[in-house]
Design a protein around this ligand. Structure first.
Ligand SMILES: Cc1ncc(COP(=O)(O)O)c(C=O)c1O
Length: 418
């Protein structure tokens, strides 16, 4: 019997104001609909090179090795960790939310001897605490998240890289949720390797992971270089180190693919490369400083609005991510019912949370393409209405006014509508 054929896709319009994914910038969608090229077509390899240059701009680095790993953000994490970690290597992870646990989990699967330090969700680590842990555990690699969307906190990293250099530790940072939304300076902060995703501040769809790494990482990876049979160049001598345990995520082979060697590896995800190129181009055209200021302004407006409504913000506000805001669900309010009302009646998605915060906080994003005054105001107005309908006591009208006040006070004339 023939299976029944569903209707064509026709998703309802939504405003995605959760912790990501967000609405994709229409320019990115347009880029993704461009004709496919063969992966070794000189025009396509030209786009690959341009994308590498744009990623250097986003990561604020001179690293030659700045390219894409196909797959969602965790593909970038896995590629870096599996290529760096040999079984038995000591890895230290400071955990301040769900994604720190993810780094432990992935490092463990790579065979690492993993140690971690933990801080309460909603807080971050003082650099001294990280230094203390490094002295205690003497890791080869410190793996840490920059902005952990599960708690909406951002770990200050300015001093962490220098600490790692002092103890000859490699530093990997997951910047999935902050790249293009908050300052993230790979070279200035002495970060050895970093990865990200498109679906947050870069306004793209999930599906490829920008990564970057320096010569320290390159040396460690090349020591483990093994090229698969069938494409192995004559006379190739493998590295002395243990073979990287993943073929797909083998950075040594990916380097050959993204360099002038153009040694065949996977088939590049053409449309995702177009997307990443456009995402990075859009951010850099606006300018990093302006982009960061736009996110910071939306954060001030959103938090002012939520507090004016009578809600309590979650976590240590000195370390809040600019692009996501955590807010306590008021006592006696069914958080899921409010989220459902937001989605079904207003077409707006906001996030719930995980683990110890499940049912306790909502997470509201204003990032990338969605990080605009109109969306902050619309989201606050809808939340206020949904809360009032759910029986919560809210100061009607106060949230939008407070957010307006922030924009009136802080938005320069050129950014009035930002
Ligand atoms: C900080 C952080 N790291 C990693 C991930 C995993 O990304 P993905 O779901 O794209 O694999 C996320 C996703 O929300 C994230 O916020």
């Amino acid at each position: 019997m023939c299976p029944s054929i569903p209707e064509e896709l026709d998703p309802l319009p939504r405003l995605l104001m959760g912790p990501g994914p967000i609405n994709v910038d229409p320019r990115v969608l347009r880029a993704m609909s461009m004709p496919l090229l063969g992966q070794f077509d000189p025009q396509f390899t030209g786009y690959m090179n341009e994308t590498m240059g744009l990623l250097r701009g986003l990561f604020q680095t001179q690293n030659r090795w700045s390219f894409l790993v196909d797959g969602t953000a965790r593909a970038g994490i896995e590629a870096i960790l599996v290529s760096l970690i040999a079984p038995g290597d000591r890895v230290l992870v400071p955990i301040f939310g769900r994604f720190g646990h993810l780094l432990c989990e992935i490092a463990g699967r790579c065979g690492a001897d993993v140690s971690f330090i933990e801080t309460e969700w909603g807080t971050v680590f003082a650099p001294e605490a990280i230094e203390e842990a490094i002295k205690r555990h003497r890791p080869k690699l410190l793996a840490v998240v920059h902005g952990d969307t599960s708690t909406t906190m951002a770990q200050p990293l300015e001093e962490v890289g220098a600490i790692c250099r002092r103890y000859d530790v490699l530093l990997y940072v997951d910047s999935t949720a902050t790249l293009g939304g908050m300052e993230f300076a790979v070279d200035r902060w002495n970060i050895d390797a970093a990865s990200a995703g498109l679906q947050k501040c870069l306004s793209g769809p999930p599906g490829c992971a920008p990564i970057t790494f320096n010569e320290r990482v390159e040396r460690a990876v090349l020591a483990r270089k093994h090229v698969e049979a069938g494409i192995r160049p004559p006379g190739f001598v493998p590295g002395n180190g243990p073979r990287i345990q993943s073929n797909y995520f083998d950075l040594a082979m990916l380097m050959d693919y993204w360099s002038e060697a153009r040694l065949n590896h996977h088939t590049e995800a053409t449309s995702m490369l177009y997307a990443a190129r456009e995402c990075a181009r859009i951010v850099l055209r606006e300018g990093l400083d302006k982009v960061f200021a736009r996110h910071a302004l939306a954060s001030r407006a959103m938090t002012a609005g939520l507090e004016a409504m009578g809600l309590r913000l979650f976590g240590d506000q000195r370390h809040k991510m600019a692009n996501v805001t955590g807010v306590h669900i008021p006592e006696g309010v069914d958080g899921e019912a409010v989220r459902r009302m937001m989605l079904e009646d207003f077409g707006i998605e906001i996030g719930t949370s995980f683990g110890p915060l499940r049912g306790r906080i909502w997470r509201i994003g204003a990032m990338g393409y969605n990080c605009r005054k109109q969306n902050v105001l619309i989201c606050l107005a809808a939340l206020e209405a949904a809360l009032a309908r759910a029986g919560a006591k809210v100061a009607l009208g106060a949230a939008v006014k407070a957010a307006y006040d922030v924009y009136d006070r802080d938005a320069g004339p050129s950014r009035a509508g930002a």
